[in-house]
Design a protein around this ligand. Structure first.
Ligand SMILES: NC(=O)c1ccc[n+]([C@@H]2O[C@H](COP(=O)([O-])OP(=O)(O)OC[C@H]3O[C@@H](n4cnc5c(N)ncnc54)[C@H](OP(=O)(O)O)[C@@H]3O)[C@@H](O)[C@H]2O)c1
Length: 362
């Protein structure tokens, strides 16, 4: 009888487990959302309340307005990474961790126990980031890295190689968007140099130090803007076609996706996996060349994702994503890059061209 009871309770537990799990995940996802949105929701609810009370729209009940604010914010927030994976003992190299999305990713990984090596162009800012991460009990180290200089990328990579680091992950998050035309000291256009070529060189230099340690991952950060991109093979410096800030950004992000696709193919059957994460539109200083500071710091946060929300897909790629499903992720699930970004011939051609531009050609 005792045996029978045990069998039955086991069976019941097994039957209930999936629904218990999905209920738990459901509440965790809403918990994460409400926590991330606390400030936005408070401000928006108050604004709606004041508008309704003093100015207009008396016809509908207040809670209906609040409900629509909640639904819109939940839609904007996108997916949340629900993974429990710990990263104790993992060394993660991150670029762009001193602000916006990169800083939030660094916080997520610090909380999971990873040792973080931040590649920062501004060491004063990096010290502040280090303090913030250490307050979360993170283990952090900062090193100078200016991705617009191939020399700086080489020095940074060699520093890690000489230190004989066992690198488990490389997160290429740093980026520039729509800056005025500028050529780097290496004679490269700034957005292509920072967003693609600097990371291309860094990845290739660190690759041999990643392969021995499973599970190793390289995560590059894309943007939906890649859809509007073309690789300017014959005119990387926009001398003939003329410079468009937007086009140059899109082109650099298409290069990021093609680079990751080829990287994932090159790394097939090794211990290293390559992912491209699209964080979605988020409030951040990325818009510094496009919008006034007050707008990108205080206003657009109500309309788009917070950096913490945008960090979720990158965290998902660092912890959960599976290479055999896809290399491109968006909203914490498998996503769809443009047709051009899936063109293998183009990816190979870009790889060869990038090798020439950064001086890796054999
Ligand atoms: N925000 C969005 O809506 C959005 C949408 C799609 C994709 N993304 C991508 O997400 C990534 C992070 O962007 P974000 O929104 O978090 O922007 P952000 O707040 O401006 O962060 C960019 C980071 O990159 C660093 N960086 C820029 N140029 C560098 C260089 N030459 N050398 C080293 N580091 C450099 C910046 O350093 P400093 O702190 O010193 O300035 C900063 O830490 C970017 O790749 C961006 O293209 C963003």
């Amino acid at each position: 009888m005792g045996h029978l009871e045990k069998m039955t309770s086991k069976k019941i537990m097994r039957m209930l487990h999936p629904s218990y799990l999905s209920l738990r995940l459901f509440f965790r996802s809403w918990g994460q959302f409400l926590w991330a949105e606390l400030y936005n929701l408070l401000v928006l609810f108050t604004a709606v309340y004041l508008l309704q009370r003093y100015f207009m729209f008396h016809k509908l009940r207040l809670w209906l307005y609040w409900l629509s604010v909640l639904v819109v914010r939940k839609f904007m927030a996108g997916g949340f990474c629900r993974s429990d994976v710990r990263l104790n003992g993992c060394t993660v190299v991150i670029t762009g961790a001193d602000s916006g999305i990169g800083k939030e990713v660094a916080k997520e990984l610090a909380l999971r126990g990873a040792h973080l090596v931040l590649g920062s162009r501004d060491l004063v800012k990096a010290e502040q980031t280090k303090k913030e991460l250490e307050n979360l009990k993170g283990s952090v180290e900062i090193r100078h890295l200016d991705l617009s200089s191939l020399e700086s990328v080489r020095t940074f990579a060699n520093g890690l190689i000489n230190h004989k680091y066992h690198i488990h992950m490389l997160l290429n998050i740093a980026g520039e968007m729509m800056c005025p035309y500028k050529e780097t000291a290496d004679g490269l256009e700034e957005q292509m140099a920072v967003n693609h070529l600097g990371h291309f060189l860094l990845t290739n230099m660190l690759l041999p130090w990643l392969t021995h340690h499973k599970p190793a991952r390289i995560i590059n950060v894309a943007a939906t803007a890649h859809i509007d991109g073309r690789i300017p093979f014959s005119d990387f410096n926009y001398k003939q076609q003329g410079y468009s800030k937007w086009k140059a950004y899109c082109n650099s992000k298409l290069a990021t996706v093609l680079f990751t696709r080829q990287l994932a193919r090159n790394l097939k059957d090794t211990n290293v996996e390559a992912f491209c994460a699209n964080p979605g539109v988020s409030q951040s200083a990325l818009y510094r060349h496009v919008l006034p500071e007050f707008v990108y710091k205080h206003i657009i946060g109500f309309l788009v994702q917070t950096p913490r929300e945008a960090a979720q897909t990158i965290t998902y790629c660092a912890t959960e994503a599976k290479q055999d499903v896809n290399f491109y992720y968006s909203e914490c699930s498998s996503g769809w890059p443009s047709d051009e970004a899936m063109d293998d011939d183009l990816a190979q051609r870009l790889w060869r061209e990038s090798e020439k531009l950064v001086g890796l050609e054999k």
